[in-house]
Design a protein around this ligand. Structure first.
Ligand SMILES: Cc1cc2nc3c(=O)[nH]c(=O)nc-3n(C[C@H](O)[C@H](O)[C@H](O)COP(=O)(O)OP(=O)(O)OC[C@H]3O[C@@H](n4cnc5c(N)ncnc54)[C@H](O)[C@@H]3O)c2cc1C
Length: 437
């Protein structure tokens, strides 16, 4: 039996790794359109710097998957989170609700009082905004959660469902009081300590799995999948003009891309796919001659007038990522095709970034800032809008009936991190191994 995996990101490479020991599988082909593997976990190399598509870190509640990722690395750095939210010029330690004493007095009182006297507490939330109001009250929602989420998602949280947030714990009255009184409590402790490859960026994880692939696995680079057709005895995958046969097909490429190349695609399901919402991202890598940001990693910026939602200091990740004096930052800007941000030219984006960085104190003036690289990535964040679940249920049932397996973040169109992508690849491999191939 031959298996074709469409897409050579973490899920594609990991799936081959999980499947290769099944003796009934003779050959595993991985088709990747880029000239290297990694997908969203690919690391970019420019002027001696290595950096990722967004600051990736290794953490998980799923210790088995975390340990598996760490086991394929040559060496890792163990780090402790030091993230800040910049609110009205002040650093508030992340997560916001655990460091309320840093807020101006009026805002602090607004947050505490609306938390303690919360009229929304007993509702069952229908959407993300209602969840924030119920869980945190009006003050924390309006000062931080709502503006930050509107900025990163470019989508009103009232039109997003609760899938992403429903596991966020509700702080107690006592925790909120202590946080307002000046006690900084570490929240979200499962991400407090994290790991990062000592060298090579996050791509080292995918490369680590690649090194463990045996002879029956064949990775085809620069191999854009142009057509997927079902036959009586399996599938024909056309990549770079050449037809290849496979008994089993697993698609990890974005569902939009699969839909575009699938022969005889059902039009109603294609409508479901068109209705899915996602964000693209611009990753801007900059150097500042002086370091004004201290021993911190990521800064969240809820303020609307600053174009970026997050700026991360890459030097924090270890010696290999600190190339010269001063500080090197990754700036992230989300957008969607055709929106206002997308209409800005590269020079306008650079200008806005300089303004934002000087305004927030990451540089004293724009002459201290030099741009190293700007890249754009179409598929970055799945948006759980109010139609997401209905659309994905229909899409998933359709491809299941067609005999095509979906895997990965955009393959399944779920907001999955590396640990979950890996777990799901492992689960899919186990299901395939149970089948009569
Ligand atoms: C900004 C950002 C920050 C993140 N931070 C973290 C983090 O800190 N920790 C964490 O665990 N996770 C993080 N993630 C999530 C992580 O990147 C993903 O979970 C993971 O990389 C998804 O892997 P994948 O293989 O499912 O998908 P992808 O990486 O998207 O792989 C799909 C592959 O399909 C290929 N492809 C597409 N179309 C075709 C075609 N027609 N033919 C052939 N190949 C095709 C693509 O080139 C790509 O290589 C972050 C993601 C983003 C966007």
């Amino acid at each position: 039996m031959n298996i074709s995996i469409l897409g050579g990101g973490l899920s594609g490479i990991a799936l081959a790794y999980f499947l290769q020991d099944d003796e009934r599988i003779e050959r595993i082909d991985i088709w990747e359109k880029e000239d290297g593997i990694g997908g969203l976990c690919r690391s970019i190399r420019k002027n001696g710097y290595t950096y990722d598509i967004g600051p990736h870190i290794l953490f998980s509640k799923d210790k088995e998957m975390l340990n598996l990722m760490l086991s394929v690395l040559k060496e890792k750095n163990d780090l402790r989170r030091s993230n800040q939210i910049i609110y009205k010029g002040r650093n508030v330690q992340y997560p916001f609700e655990n460091d309320l004493s840093k807020l101006p007095e009026d805002d602090r009182n607004y947050c505490v009082q609306s938390f303690e006297n919360n009229p929304y507490r007993n509702y069952v939330p229908d959407n993300m905004l209602q969840f924030f109001l119920k869980t945190f009250g009006e003050g924390i929602t309006n000062t931080y959660l709502r503006p930050y989420n509107e900025k990163i998602w470019k989508y009103d949280p009232a039109f997003m469902d609760t899938q992403m947030v429903e596991r966020i714990p509700q702080p107690t009255d006592d925790e909120i009081r202590r946080s307002a009184a000046g006690e900084t409590v570490d929240g979200y402790v499962h991400q407090l300590y994290f790991h990062f490859p000592r060298e090579g960026g996050i791509e080292a994880v995918v490369k680590g799995f690649e090194k463990r692939l045996g002879e029956k696995c064949h990775i085809h680079l620069s191999a854009l999948v142009e057509k997927v057709a079902r036959t009586d005895v399996g599938f024909i995958i056309t990549a770079e003009g050449v037809e290849n046969r496979a008994g089993i097909v697993v698609s990890t490429m974005p569902i939009q891309e699969l839909c575009a190349v699938y022969e005889g695609m059902n039009e109603d399901i294609a409508d479901n796919v068109r209705d899915l919402k996602y964000n693209s991202i611009q990753i801007v890598f900059v150097h500042v001659e002086e370091d004004y940001s201290g021993d911190n990693f990521a800064f969240m910026i809820p303020e609307k007038d600053v174009i970026f939602h997050r700026i991360s200091k890459m030097d924090f990740l270890g010696e290999a990522y600190h190339r010269r004096e001063g500080a090197t930052y990754m700036v992230e800007i989300t957008y969607r095709a055709g929106d206002y941000t997308d209409s800005l030219s590269e020079d306008e984006i650079k200008c806005r970034i300089e303004d934002g960085m000087v305004y927030l104190g990451f540089a004293q003036n724009s002459s201290e800032i030099s741009f190293i690289n700007i890249t754009k990535h179409r598929y970055a964040y799945v948006i759980y809008d109010l139609h997401h679940r209905k659309n994905m249920n229909a899409i998933r049932s359709y491809f299941k009936a067609e005999g095509i397996h979906l895997s990965g973040r955009f393959g399944n169109f779920e907001y999955w991190n590396m640990d979950k992508v890996l777990r799901e690849a492992g689960n899919l491999a186990a299901r395939l191994k149970e089948k009569n191939l």
